[in-house]
Structure formats: C-alpha cells, structure tokens
Design a protein around this ligand. Structure first.
Ligand SMILES: NC(=O)c1ccc[n+]([C@@H]2O[C@H](COP(=O)([O-])OP(=O)(O)OC[C@H]3O[C@@H](n4cnc5c(N)ncnc54)[C@H](OP(=O)(O)O)[C@@H]3O)[C@@H](O)[C@H]2O)c1
Length: 251
C-alpha cells in the first residue's frame, strides 16, 4: 500500500489532505507539533496512520524527521506546514519572522532535499509544496516576510520541476498557490481576509487532481489565476501598491 506524508496535518489544508488521501487508500505519516490533534484525526481515518511529532522550526528536528521518513519509501510528500504574520516590517517580531523562515522555507528545503533522491531512485511519486498566490506576486507590503518565504518555495519548486523534466524523470513536483482558504491561518497570522476564503476541501480536491496530473503551478480558483496572470503585465511598483491595498484591508 502506498504511503503519503503530510506536514502540518493537525489543522486546515493539511488535515484535509490527510482525509482525502486516506479516502484514496493511502497510508499516512502525519507530522506537526500538536500530537493530540493528529491522534484525533488518525482515529477517524480508515487507513494506517503513523504520527511523528515535530517542530519544523527546529532545523535539527527537520533533519531527524527526513531520516525517519526514508524508511516509508513515500509515494507522496505534502510539504504543507506554514504560517504568516501581518504588520509593518520594522514592527513585527524578528523571532516570529525567523520561525516563519524556518517552517515555511528551511523545513520545506530540507525535506525536499533529503527525500527527493529516494523518489528519483524509485523513479515515481509526487511532491507537493504548499506555497500561496503570495509566492507568485512581486511582494506583499504588511506581510513582507510571509510573501518572501512563499516566493522562495515557488522559485525552488519550479526549478526542480524543470530539472526532473529535463532528466526524463517520472517524479513530479508541484506548488500549490491558493488565495484565501478558510482555516486557522487567519487566527495564527492575526489577519482578516479581504476576500472570502474557499473551503479547504475544495482547495485540496483540486490540488490533488492537478498534482497527480503533474501540473507545476496549481491555483485552485479563477480570480486568483486572473490576478497572477495580470501581475505579469502590470509594472512591479503598481502591483506592489495594489497588493498593499488588499493587505491593509486584512489588518
Ligand atoms: N489558509 C490560507 O488562506 C492559505 C492560503 C495560501 C497558502 N496557505 C498555506 O497553507 C499551509 C497550511 O496552512 P492552513 O491555512 O491550513 O493553516 P492552519 O490551519 O493554521 O494550519 C497550519 C499547520 O501548520 C502546522 N505548523 C505550523 N507551525 C509548525 C511548526 N513549527 N512545526 C510543525 N508544524 C507546524 C500546524 O500544526 P501544529 O500547530 O500542530 O504544529 C498546522 O497543522 C501553510 O503553508 C499556509 O501558508 C494558506
């Protein structure tokens, strides 16, 4: 039976990935800090679930996690855990920024780096890095660090996607770039969405369908696709001013 690992499975989008992949028959490896929530989730699923508690803001813990995951010979890796923060760059907490960089960037980098060779050796499988539409825009005033972390993930993932394609590999790597999704994200980031969030169930259903098709950039909704496409033609400073307006409505 194939196995999928999901980071940040205790809540929101990650939890929904666990539910939908389990329904597809995957055994799961569930990762996050909140073991109680992971156990509750596992109890409601019909496939085998292993729980690995891990604080992904800790680099050494991420490396240990990567070693533990090797034995599962994963068919699917969903690098989903992440969080944001809002406010003027000069006023937000440096420690929170550094934790965010560790979780949103370093953990995704480490797990992709350490586990991709196994996928390549087996010449199959899927890695999905959960970024955000924030990662496809020139920058996000008042959420500067969050947008920057997601831009790193989109850049890294697209580059690896091309390397795998040029090598003729059957391994697929994608990025998921949604706009607002109704989860705990807002509470953690202290934001109010300026647009209504889509249900996590819809976001994940769409993401899995496109991931299994090997699509590189996955954007679940038309309005966000339109914004991302338009951003290629709008001068950078205008795009920043427009994003700033949206961001200010979130505070
Ligand atoms: N919701 C949105 O509007 C939206 C839009 C675009 C992209 N995204 C991205 O989607 C992903 C999932 O977010 P969500 O919306 O589902 O938010 P969420 O409901 O707050 O879930 C975040 C998940 O990340 C995990 N996490 C956070 N810090 C962690 C750490 N230090 N170590 C291990 N796990 C950690 C949390 O688990 P524990 O607390 O149990 O550790 C939780 O399971 C994030 O990468 C986010 O940036 C969200």
């Amino acid at each position: 039976m194939a196995t999928a690992c999901i980071t940040g499975a205790s809540s929101g989008i990650g939890r929904e990935f666990a539910v939908q992949l389990s329904k597809m028959g995957y055994n799961l490896v569930l990762v996050s800090r909140d073991v109680k929530e992971l156990k509750k989730l596992a109890a409601g699923l019909n496939t085998r679930c292993s729980i690995i508690p891990c604080d992904l803001s800790d680099e050494k813990a991420c490396i240990r996690l990567a070693y533990k995951l090797r034995k599962y010979r994963l068919s699917v890796l969903i690098n989903n855990a992440g969080f944001g923060d809002i406010g003027n760059f000069h006023q937000t907490s440096l420690q929170k920024d550094l934790d965010m960089i560790n979780v949103n960037v370093k953990a995704v980098h480490i797990l992709t780096k350490k586990l991709l060779p196994g996928f390549i050796r087996r010449n199959c499988g899927y890695i999905l890095n959960v970024a955000s539409c924030a990662g496809l825009l020139p920058g996000g005033p008042y959420m500067a660090s969050y947008y920057a972390t997601k831009a790193y993930i989109t850049s890294m993932t697209c580059a690896i996607h091309e390397e795998l394609k040029e090598a003729g590999s059957r391994v697929r790597i994608s990025i998921l770039c949604p706009g607002p999704v109704s989860t705990n994200f807002n509470r953690v980031a202290n934001v109010r969405f300026s647009l209504p969030g889509i249900p996590a169930s819809f976001c994940v259903r769409y993401a899995l369908k496109q991931m299994f098709r090997g699509k590189m950039v996955i954007i679940p909704t038309l309005p966000i696709k339109a914004v991302v496409t338009a951003s290629r033609f709008v001068p950078r400073n205008m795009m920043l001013a427009m994003t700033s307006k949206q961001q200010q409505r979130k505070q």
